[in-house]
Design a protein around this ligand. Structure first.
Ligand code: ZN
Length: 243
């Protein structure tokens, strides 16, 4: 089966539309790893696109924050003001949708969580040291995570050796040669690896192969909407920089 993997959309409608255009009709199912909202100018539209396509999603830290389940003090000033704006903007219907999102999901051959298996909502899996405790808790051979907005993978071989590294540009990872693999396909709506293009993944669970793809979208249009919504300047600028 072919799965489209999207994560960290962050209310960026243009980036989400572009990714969905590539995935619809090409994959059997699309799955979302959380942070549909926060930072960007279109939280309602992004929730509605996910809901209309019946895309199973888990909660990220921004969903928890907007519901008041995670302290806003957890976030820096700019993220916090965008979250206040999002709280006011979101329809009741979309708040109810966000409220029912689970913290993790397990599929036949893989499982998904926003942060890590140690702390599903808050932990940034940005190094092998942070990843190792999650390897021990995996119920499947493959774990997909989001949250850091950095395409990266970590592996464990049957001899107990760990490895991993950043995924730059379009890349394929062959899962078969490893005992366990953790992959982050990057962020749809706010990439932070220096490449401003939207990121998504395609998982072929039969071939045990996952590919990461980068695509351009209309960044200027998203930025214009953010300016009109009076969202913080640094959040607007970082979209062009991909940081
Ligand atoms: Zn995020």
């Amino acid at each position: 089966m072919l799965y489209g993997i999207i994560s960290d959309i962050h209310a960026n409608q243009e980036a989400l539309e572009e990714c969905l255009k590539r995935l619809k009709g090409k994959v059997d199912k699309i799955i979302c790893l959380g942070d549909i909202i926060g930072y960007g100018p279109n939280p309602n539209e992004c929730c509605e696109m996910i809901r209309e396509l019946n895309i199973p999603s888990i909660a990220g830290n921004h969903e928890k924050a907007v519901l008041g389940e995670l302290e806003l003090t957890w976030f820096n000033q700019n993220a916090r003001s965008a979250l206040h704006w999002t709280q006011k903007e979101l329809s009741e219907d979309n708040k109810n949708f966000i409220y029912q999102l689970p913290n993790a999901l397990v599929y036949e051959k893989f499982q998904i969580v926003h942060g890590s298996l140690i702390n599903p909502i808050e932990e940034y899996m940005d190094s092998l040291n942070v990843a190792i405790p999650s390897f021990e808790k995996m119920a499947k051979n493959l774990l997909l995570v989001g949250h850091t907005h950095m395409p990266i993978f970590f592996t464990r071989k049957t001899d107990g050796n760990y490895d991993g590294g950043a995924i730059t540009g379009d890349e394929n990872i062959y899962l078969g040669e490893y005992d366990r693999v953790i992959v982050n396909v990057g962020s749809v709506g706010q990439p932070r690896d220096g490449d401003p293009r939207a990121a998504y993944g395609i998982l072929n669970d039969e071939k045990a192969e996952i590919s990461v793809h980068r695509i351009s979208y209309d960044i200027a249009k998203t930025q214009e909407k953010m300016r009109n919504a009076l969202l913080p300047d640094s959040l607007i600028e970082r979209l062009s920089l991909g940081n």
